[in-house]
Design a protein around this ligand. Sequence first.
Ligand code: ADP
Ligand code: MG
Length: 352
Amino acid sequence: NISTPQPVIRQLDETAINRIAAGEVVERPASAVKELVENAIDAGAQRITVEYADGGKTLIRVTDDGCGIAGDDLPLALSRHATSKIDGSDLLNIHSFGFRGEALPSLGAVGRLTITSRAQGHDGAEISVIGGKHAAVKPAGLSAGTVVTLRDLFYATPARLKFLRTDRAEAQAIGDVIKRLAMAEPFVRFVLRDVSGDGAGREVFRAEAEQGDLFDALHGRLRQVLGREFAENALAIDAEREGFHLTGFAALPTYSRGSAVAQYLFVNGRPVKDKMLMGALRGAYFDFLSRDRHPAAALFVDCDPNLVDVNVHPAKSEVRFRDPGVVRGLIVSGLRHALANAGHRASTTVAD
Ligand code: ADP
Ligand code: MG
């Protein structure tokens, strides 16, 4: 077609690139909370406080007592693909939550972001992103750690804003993210506060740091997060197969739920929502539960990072195992064994 002008190919500018990437990393307030809390955990924080207002739409603030960021590094923390967490290209050996160096630049592209931080041996410093560009680093008074404040999420992308659900639903999703991360990190103290309205603040959730060995700590944390009834009806799970280790707690069939709400799965310490793992959990209880009941469990699969790819999706909630059949078998047999030992076969059992 002669009348069509030759299109011009242009490189997108940094602000546009960040905004596009943000679409994948930051879907809703809860995804921003997840990224910020994971950063706090990666920074070695012992205490993490999350505050939000209006379901996180107007304010999200995450305060930690982790290693902090030196003032000189603040601009770098906000630039794309800049991370302190992997060295070179070793994507097969990831031990931190983060590694893409995408969260902070993405959040800066879709909200009003301010980072105040103090690293050991440095003065406190602050940087803000306004309209996709970061301002100069300023000195700031802070004793240690990091405070990240994200205001007016999606103010620059009204289409995205329109798709958010009610404040209540968004707040619920934030609570869910915090609970999952709290289960993954029993030795860290978590506090979640709703500071909507007059700012007085209402505590939504708190989990004090657990003590003791990992198993005890996890059991204590599950009691705090999922409740006493779950903790008292939970069987300890500990099984191994071909380099995969399954641990955690799974509730007796008598403590089943009417929906799949109480199913928490973790791979190498990372909360995941994975169809194969959920299917394996359901399969394990097949003989023990009637069709309309759902098991409750918090299960941790650990393996050499070489055996699993966590790099499938920017939000990293999906994983791909090199050998999914082995993992499925491990979950089904590990749980069945524990359930059979507990001798709590439900009367609705389907004979096989
Ligand atoms: P990633 O977590 O993938 O490295 P981010 O964009 O989330 O990428 O963070 C960029 C960098 O900023 C991190 O690698 C880390 O060095 C630093 N950083 C972010 N949040 C914190 C925090 N709460 N405490 C200390 N350092 C942080
Ligand atoms: Mg990160």
